[in-house]
Design a protein around this ligand. Structure first.
Ligand code: NAX
Length: 326
């Protein structure tokens, strides 16, 4: 059994954290041999609720959970952390413009970037879940200049998992037989779920499923899945978002084997995506380092989709920077 690592979850009194904390403490993310100290950050008014979460974590009697530290102070939450799940963000309220949401959340991620820069370990791995996740990750990294830029990632794994499940159902096979579906771009309705390199039961998905479905209904179903869950549940995706966050960080920590996964990472210009936006690419991971999968074919249809999501990310970046510099 190795020394415990410090892991921070923000938005710890919220819905996603409620499922995510269980998975981390149970060994589903860092393995069954890795002890963890959990630091739980939320805002001051939520400290009472957070106390209840701490009680439940205690009552689960997790053998890998060494200590739990609830706090409203980022300096305490980020102190010496090896991994940070940045889940906490301002939810979109009725009547709120997209711009207002961006403004509120960009400010949160600026503060948290600065705090990570000061208090976290220099090799901290950061996953941003809170929306707009890609742009929040960019801002967070911008304000944490002493931490390598590749250590900031945004979550598109939920979109990948949704896409994989849709194809498994369509083909009539188990999820485990479906591989290498890619989410390109922003975690938003402009994302491009792409099966061009994907396989089901070892065969090309494009040979098994008709193109008209793949180029329309499939893409829209994945893009709008979050809204469909809200319409049915009256609350946003939480269990599936937590599972995706756990999948993302587990693969980052323990590596991938022979298949690729999608992560929002800082673009290096691969696939002609402009540099310096956080864009979801297919990646492979070894020794806790991700690498963008190279050499995949991008046809005219795909290029059109990549252009749309790129444009949105460039606009978000410009708005976010203006807010930060105001
Ligand atoms: P909840 O509203 O249940 O929880 C959010 C928690 O964050 C609250 O407890 C709130 O007090 C806390 N919080 C707010 N500001 C904070 C701050 N400055 N520091 C620390 N904590 C703070 O939302 P939940 O359903 O858990 O969703 C959290 C975020 O995930 C939202 O931004 C949501 O849009 C985003 N999502 C992102 C997904 C992705 O795939 N990237 C999918 C799921 C989810 O929609």
């Amino acid at each position: 059994m190795s020394e415990p690592i410090r892991v921070c979850v923000t938005g710890a009194a919220g819905q996603i954290a409620y499922s995510l904390l269980y998975m981390i403490a149970n060994g589903d993310v860092f393995g069954r041999e890795q002890k963890v100290i959990l630091t739980l950050l939320d805002i001051e008014p939520m400290m009472g609720v957070l106390e209840g979460v701490v009680m439940e974590l205690s009552d689960c009697a997790f053998t890998l959970l060494t200590q739990v530290i609830p706090t409203a102070d980022p300096a305490v939450a980020f102190k010496d952390v090896s991994v940070a799940f940045l889940v906490g963000a301002m939810p979109r309220r009725q009547g709120m413009e997209r711009k207002d949401l961006l403004s509120a959340n960009v400010k949160i991620f600026k503060v948290q970037g600065e705090a990570l820069n000061t208090y976290a370990k220099k090799d901290v791995k950061v996953l941003v879940v809170g929306n707009p996740a890609n742009t929040n990750a960019l801002i967070c990294s911008h304000y944490a200049p002493t931490i390598p830029k590749e250590n900031f990632t945004a979550m598109t794994r939920l979109d990948q998992n949704r896409a994989r499940a849709q194809i498994a159902q369509r083909v009539g096979t188990d999820i485990s037989n479906v591989q290498n579906i890619i989410i390109w771009g922003n975690h938003s309705a402009t994302q491009f779920p792409d099966v061009a390199n994907g396989t089901a039961n070892g065969k090309a998905i494009t040979d098994l499923v008709d193109t008209s479905y793949l180029q329309s209904e499939f893409i829209e179903t994945v893009q709008k899945r979050g809204a469909a869950v809200i319409a049915a549940r009256k609350m946003s995706s939480a269990m599936s978002a937590a599972k995706a966050a756990a999948d993302h960080v587990r693969d980052w920590w323990l590596g991938t084997t022979g298949t690729f996964v999608s992560m929002g990472v800082l673009s290096d210009g691969s696939y002609n995506i402009p540099k310096d936006i956080v864009f979801s690419f297919p990646v492979e991971i070894q020794n806790k380092q991700w690498k963008i999968v190279q050499g995949l074919n991008i046809d005219e249809f795909a290029r059109g989709k990549l252009d749309i999501t790129t444009k949105e990310l460039l606009e978000e970046k410009e708005e976010a920077m203006a807010i930060c510099n105001a």
